[in-house]
Structures are given as structure tokens and as C-alpha cells.
Design a protein around this ligand. Structure first.
Ligand code: ADP
Length: 252
């Protein structure tokens, strides 16, 4: 039976790896990976803000960066348009879960580095940052959990890798070794839908869509995302609890 390019079922996430408080100098930090996509997030602050912005609540400053060695071809070290945009996207996905009004007049700096990229870097970044913020003790209503769902060819799948994001059945027809995958995915190209969710409230804080999809398929994809977000949340939660009990701290 043909399965996905990397042998997964349609509803199977890549292997998730979590490492907590990996940077001594940060108040909270975490590495979160979906398979070969590895994101590191570090949280500094809150510290008093010198800017006269919104004093009613804390201000988040997010910088997403892809390291030069994170992609098969060396990536330019200067931040591009995509990185500036993703920094904002990640910030907006996290903000609804944070109780920023509890720390007014302060600023929280978040640095995200992509160590290795194989699609889904924004979703891995949101999970890493959510973990780092909770370790830093930033007041939160709940964790934000992110993952991608999408349509590859005609198939709805979860957590697309780069090969799936680049899917094009017309191209595969020219490669005898890959021809069998058209049986699994069907004809067409790929639609990627990164989402972020507050699982306890079933609330989406981010939905982006790159490609084309029908209403029914979008509904199916978002339901799959909700279901899988609980799996990620449980994994994140058990990692935090294990970490806190090992380090002698205790919450919940
Ligand atoms: P995401 O990583 O959140 O899926 P994109 O859809 O913009 O965001 O990127 C998809 C994938 O394309 C990335 O995860 C990475 O593998 C690759 N990619 C993005 N930008 C670059 C780049 N400048 N150089 C090489 N590969 C890149």
C-alpha cells in the first residue's frame, strides 16, 4: 500500500521533539521540532518599556529568523520580507492567549531561530514560543498550539513536509520512481493551511491558506487540525510537567 512520501498516514504528525530551557540566559526557552523542521524560541523580559506605546498592557517584540544553514541552499543572513511578515504572524497568533494587561508598561522580547527547515517553520515556531512563554512565567489563559493541515493533490493531510508543499502531479509523471505517489495523493498541486489554536476553547488564532480548496474540504481540514491540536497540547503539557518536577518547581 502506498502511503505519504515519508511513509506517514494522512492524519499522522511528524515526530515531535521537545527540549525545554535550553538557553541559560533566557527567562524561558524551548526547541520544538516537527520531523526535520526545528525551531528554537527564547523569551527575555518582561522588562519596563521605555517606549510610550500602549501602557495598558505589555508589548511583545517577536523576531523570527532562519539560520543560513537551515535550508539545503545557504539562506541569505539578512532578514527578508518573509521573515518580517512571519514575525508579525507569529506574534498575532500568540497574543490572544496572553494576559498582557497583567504586566502593563513592560516589554517582552522573543527571539526565534529556525535551525533546520522542512516546511512548517511558523507552526513549529509558535509551539516553541508558547512553551518558552509558559516557562518564563508570562501569564497565559492557555497554551497556543500550531500545526499545518492541507490538501496535497486531492488528499487532506496533516503536517505537510516540504516535498508535500511542493507537490505537483504533472511533475511527478516525469519521474518513474515517484509515479506511485499520484495513486495516493491524486492529481493537482498543494494547498497549505497553517493554523494556531487555543485547544481548551477550540478557538483559532491563526488561519492562513496558500492554494485552493473547497468549503467542504476546508471544513474537514480544520476539524482534523482541531483533533490533532489536542495530541500536541497533551505532549507539550506532559513535557512541561516532567520538566518542572525534575527542576523542583511545581505548577498546576
Ligand atoms: P513555513 O516554513 O511556515 O511552511 P513557508 O511556506 O514560507 O513557511 O516555507 C515553506 C518552506 O520552504 C520552509 O519551511 C523552508 O523549508 C522553505 N523555505 C522558505 N524560505 C526559504 C529560503 N529563503 N530558502 C530556502 N528554503 C526556504
Amino acid at each position: 500500500m502506498v502511503k505519504r512520501f515519508d511513509g506517514r498516514e494522512y492524519n499522522q504528525l511528524r515526530k515531535i521533539n521537545i527540549k525545554l530551557n535550553v538557553i541559560d540566559n533566557a527567562r524561558g526557552s524551548a526547541i520544538f521540532s516537527f520531523g526535520n523542521t526545528v525551531a528554537l524560541a527564547a523569551v527575555y523580559g518582561p522588562k519596563p518599556s521605555k517606549m510610550s506605546l500602549d501602557y495598558e498592557k505589555a508589548f511583545l517584540r517577536v523576531r523570527y529568523n532562519m539560520l543560513t544553514f537551515s535550508t539545503p541552499e545557504r539562506k541569505k543572513p539578512t532578514p527578508g520580507r518573509r521573515e518580517i511578515e512571519l514575525s508579525e504572524v507569529i506574534k498575532r497568533a500568540l497574543e490572544p492567549a496572553l494576559l498582557l494587561e497583567e504586566i502593563p508598561g513592560s516589554i517582552i522580547d522573543i527571539y526565534i531561530e529556525i535551525l533546520n527547515a522542512d516546511a512548517g517553520t511558523r507552526t513549529a515556531s509558535i509551539n516553541a514560543t508558547s512553551l518558552a512563554l509558559s516557562l518564563a512565567g508570562i501569564p497565559m489563559r492557555d497554551l497556543v498550539v500550531a500545526l499545518a493541515v492541507g490538501k496535497v493533490g486531492e488528499k487532506i493531510v496533516v503536517d505537510l513536509n516540504k516535498e508535500e508543499e511542493d507537490y505537483n502531479s504533472e511533475k511527478l509523471k516525469k519521474d518513474p520512481e515517484k509515479l506511485k505517489y499520484i495513486e495516493y495523493y491524486g492529481e493537482g498541486r498543494s494547498t497549505d493551511i497553517p493554523v494556531a489554536i487555543i485547544p481548551s476553547e477550540k478557538k483559532f488564532t491563526l488561519i492562513q491558506l496558500d492554494g485552493e480548496i473547497s468549503n467542504k474540504e476546508l471544513n474537514d481540514a480544520l476539524n482534523l487540525a482541531l483533533e490533532k491540536s489536542l495530541e500536541i497540547k497533551n505532549l507539550i503539557r506532559s513535557n512541561i510537567l516532567k520538566h518542572l518536577s525534575l527542576s523542583g518547581n511545581f505548577i498546576y
